[in-house]
Design a protein around this ligand. Structure first.
Ligand SMILES: Cc1ncc(COP(=O)(O)O)c(C=O)c1O
Length: 380
C-alpha cells in the first residue's frame, strides 16, 4: 500500500458523511442502535463496533487504520499521550514476578514507569547499553518477558540492532517493544525485523503542529485485541475526537514535513560540524556517529532532532547562547513546525555534560536558522 493512498484514502468512508473530503469530528460519547440484535452485536466487538467512545470512535478509527498501515501492522490503538501508550504496551506484557530488559536512557517517563511504578507490582527491570547485543544476552533472566527498545533514543541517539534483538527475543520467547517516535514509520519500520509492539508519541512528528498530545501502540490483531480489552478500556487514556481529528490532519502532511525538517537538519549540521565552537555532533546519520553503519542499515534517514557538545562548559555562556537565539524556541518536545533548543544546564541534577545542547529543526528555512546560530555562537 503506498503512503499517499494511506494518507488520503485509507479508512475514509466519505459516503457516510455527505462526501465531505475532511471527515467530521464525531463528538459523541455513545451510539444508538435500531434493534436489540444490533446493540448485542456491537457489545460483542467493541474494538470494531461503534458503541461507546472510550472504546471505538469513528474519528479515532480513521487514525488507527492509517497509522497501523504506515507501520505495516494489523492494528493500532490511539491514546491521549505517548506515555499512556508506553504504559499500556509495557503493562500488557508483564505481571508480578516478571522481568524487563530495557535500553539505558529511554524517554524519562518510560524510565519512571520502569523504576518508580512497576517495582511496586514486583516487576523488575535491567537497563543495558543497547549498542551491544551481548548486553541483552547477559541481562535476560528466566523470568524476562519483555525487551524494550528506543532506537535511536532522543538524547544520545544510541541505536540498537533491531533485527539482532528480535532474533534473540524470538529464540527466548520474549516479547519485544520499541519506541519508534524518532524515526516515524516513514524512516524505520520495526515490524520488518519482527518487533511485536511499536509505540509512538504522536505528539511529535505524527501530529506535527505542537497542538495535540497523543500516543499510539501498533501490533498484530491478537496483541492489540488484548491491550484493548485490558489496558485501553481500563486506563481510559483516550484522545478526544477533536484531538484525533487534529492528529489526522497533521498526518496528511507527514512525508512533506519530515522531509523538510530533515533536509534542513542536514544543512544545519553541516554548518555546525565545521564551527570552531562546536566540539561534537551527536546525530545517527553523521559519519562521526559510532553506529552510522547500523543507522544506514535500519533507518532510511535521520530525524530533525540532534545534539551538540559545545566547546565551552560555562553555564553563563551556554545560557547566553540559548537566550540570544531568535529563531529557536526554548522549549521541551520536538516534531512540530517550530525549531527548538534545549540545554543540559536547564535541568537541575541531570547526568548530561554541561555543554550538551539539543536542537530540533522545524520547518523554517535553513539559512535563517544558520544565521541565527552564527550570531549567537559569536557571542560566546
Ligand atoms: C521518545 C519519546 N517517547 C515518548 C514520549 C512521551 O510522549 P507524550 O509526551 O506524548 O506523552 C516522548 C515525549 O517527549 C518522547 O520524546
Amino acid at each position: 500500500m503506498d503512503i499517499s493512498y494511506i494518507l488520503n484514502q485509507l479508512g475514509e468512508d466519505r459516503e457516510n458523511y455527505f462526501n465531505a473530503v475532511a471527515p467530521p469530528i464525531i463528538q459523541t460519547s455513545n451510539f444508538a442502535f435500531k434493534t436489540v440484535a444490533d446493540f448485542r452485536n456491537a457489545m460483542q466487538d467493541e474494538l470494531h463496533a461503534h458503541l461507546y467512545s472510550r472504546g471505538n470512535n469513528p474519528t479515532v478509527e480513521i487514525v488507527r487504520k492509517k497509522i497501523a498501515a504506515l507501520e505495516g501492522t494489523d492494528d493500532c490503538l490511539v491514546f491521549s499521550s505517548g506515555v499512556a501508550a508506553v504504559t499500556a504496551a509495557v503493562m500488557s506484557v508483564v505481571k508480578s514476578g516478571d522481568h524487563i530488559v530495557c535500553i539505558e536512557s529511554p524517554y524519562s517517563w518510560t524510565t519512571h514507569l520502569l523504576t518508580q511504578i512497576l517495582p511496586d507490582y514486583n516487576i523488575s527491570t535491567t537497563f543495558v547499553d543497547g549498542k551491544e547485543i551481548k548486553n541483552f544476552e547477559s541481562a535476560i533472566q528466566s523470568n524476562t518477558k519483555l525487551i524494550f527498545l528506543e532506537s535511536p533514543n532522543t538524547f544520545w541517539f544510541d541505536l540498537q540492532d533491531i533485527k539482532a534483538v528480535c532474533d534473540l527475543a524470538k529464540q527466548k520467547k520474549i516479547i519485544t517493544a520499541i519506541d519508534n517516535s524518532y524515526c516515524t514509520p516513514l524512516y524505520q519500520q520495526p515490524h520488518l525485523y519482527g518487533i511485536d509492539l511499536i509505540v509512538h508519541t504522536a505528539t511529535k512528528y505524527l501530529a506535527g503542529h505542537s497542538d495535540v498530545v497523543a500516543g499510539v501502540v501498533c501490533g498484530n490483531k491478537e496483541i492489540i485485541g488484548k491491550i484493548f480489552q485490558h489496558q485501553f478500556m481500563c486506563f481510559g487514556a483516550i484522545p478526544s475526537p477533536h484531538d484525533a481529528w487534529l492528529l489526522l490532519r497533521g498526518l496528511r502532511t507527514l512525508p512533506l514535513r519530515l522531509e523538510k525538517s530533515v533536509n534542513t537538519t542536514e544543512k544545519v549540521i553541516a554548518y555546525l560540524g565545521k564551527h570552531l565552537k562546536v566540539e561534537k555532533i551527536i546525530y545517527p546519520f553523521h559519519p562521526s556517529h559510532a553506529q552510522y553503519d547500523l543507522a544506514k542499515k535500519q533507518m532510511k534517514r535521520g530525524g530533525g532532532l540532534f545534539a551538540v557538545l559545545l566547546k565551552t562548559n560555562s553555564t553563563e555562556k551556554i545560557e547566553l547562547f540559548c537566550n540570544t537565539l531568535e529563531r529557536f524556541l526554548l522549549a521541551v518536545s520536538w516534531g512540530g513546525h517550530e525549531s527548538l533548543v534545549f540545554a543540559a544546564c536547564i535541568k537541575k541534577n541531570n547526568h548530561y555534560p554541561n555543554n550538551y545542547v539539543r536542537f530540533y529543526i522545524g520547518l523554517e528555512e535553513a539559512d535563517v536558522l544558520i544565521e541565527d546560530l552564527e550570531r549567537s555562537l559569536e557571542m560566546i
